[in-house]
Design a protein around this ligand. Structure first.
Ligand SMILES: Nc1ncnc2c1ncn2[C@@H]1O[C@H](COP(=O)(O)OP(=O)(O)OP(=O)(O)O)[C@@H](O)[C@H]1O
Ligand SMILES: [Mg+2]
Length: 253
């Protein structure tokens, strides 16, 4: 499979009160079409910043990010916004849904905005997704009237409405109990099997066990990588989780 995203020498520096903080230092990584990669590492190691810069939500300080053959440095903000809308999906905890809209309208919004299909087809697509994720009954509920797990699944529907090439997920199970987390992971695996690449951040080895590869970040650079291969059977999760835990201990987790 071909490369979807290529990152070379990525650096990100934040300057706060004239003090610069080199949050990402010389990161190289490749995300293949349909690949499922997890980023792990201690708090403050730069995981979220990596997702923000690779997804073009935030600009890099140095280095190159190429998405489907085109470098971000060659793109104006408007072109990048279009790519994010059409080719990328996001599940970020900080990106709340619109509080005044019901769940269904939140899911429809990026679909209507992208104008890839007529409104009727977008509605049908939203229904398919909501049924699949078991949240049809909360379609008319406001964001404040649903559980954390339901909201997370609604975010997943919204992220998938335009059938993106890649899904960026920052701790998609962070606020969930293990049952709800298991359901979200099962959905992510299903979405990935249908061909959407995933770049996910998690603190949980259990969640990481569903991915093809784990990258360990420390102080803004890649300390190690572990290849797991595609998950064939859910029964393999426990053994893969143990494998990741052993590896994380070696990395100094
Ligand atoms: N907008 C910003 N301005 C200045 N500094 C920032 C900004 N965003 C993040 N940082 C700093 O960058 C570093 C990395 O933050 P980041 O959020 O990427 O960490 P993380 O690995 O996602 O941590 P966590 O596991 O706690 O979510 C931290 O030292 C943080 O304070
Ligand atoms: Mg983070």
């Amino acid at each position: 499979m071909g490369s979807l995203i290529e990152v070379n020498g990525l650096c990100k520096t934040y300057v706060v009160n004239k003090i610069s903080n080199n949050v990402l230092r010389n990161i190289d990584l490749h995300l293949q079409e349909g690949e499922f990669v997890t980023v792990m590492g201690p708090s403050g190691s730069g995981k979220s910043t990596l997702l923000y810069t690779v997804s073009g939500m935030d600009r890099a300080t140095a280095g190159e990010i190429v998405f489907m053959g085109k470098s971000y440095t060659q793109m104006k903000d408007k072109e990048m916004a279009k790519i994010r809308l059409v080719s990328m999906g996001f599940i970020f905890q900080q990106m709340y849904m619109m509080k005044k809209l019901c769940i269904l309208d939140n899911i429809l919004l990026p679909g209507f905005h992208a104008q890839l299909k007529d409104r009727k087809s977008v509605r049908e697509e939203a229904e398919v997704l909501m049924r699949r994720l078991g949240i049809m009954e909360i379609a008319e509920h406001k964001v404040g009237e649903v559980s954390g797990g339901q909201l997370q699944r609604a975010c997943l529907c919204r992220a998938m409405i335009n059938h993106p090439r890649v899904l960026f997920a920052d701790e998609p199970t962070g606020a969930l109990n293990s049952k709800a987390a298991g359901e979200v992971i099962r959905e992510l695996v299903g979405i990935n099997r249908e061909g959407t690449a995933i770049m996910m951040v998690t603190h949980s080895a259990r969640v990481a066990a569903a991915s093809d590869k784990v990258i360990y970040l420390i102080d803004g650079h890649i300390e190690g990588e572990m290849a797991l291969g595609k998950l064939q059977d859910e029964a393999d999760l426990t053994q893969r989780e143990r494998q990741i835990n052993r590896w994380l201990m070696e990395q100094g987790w």
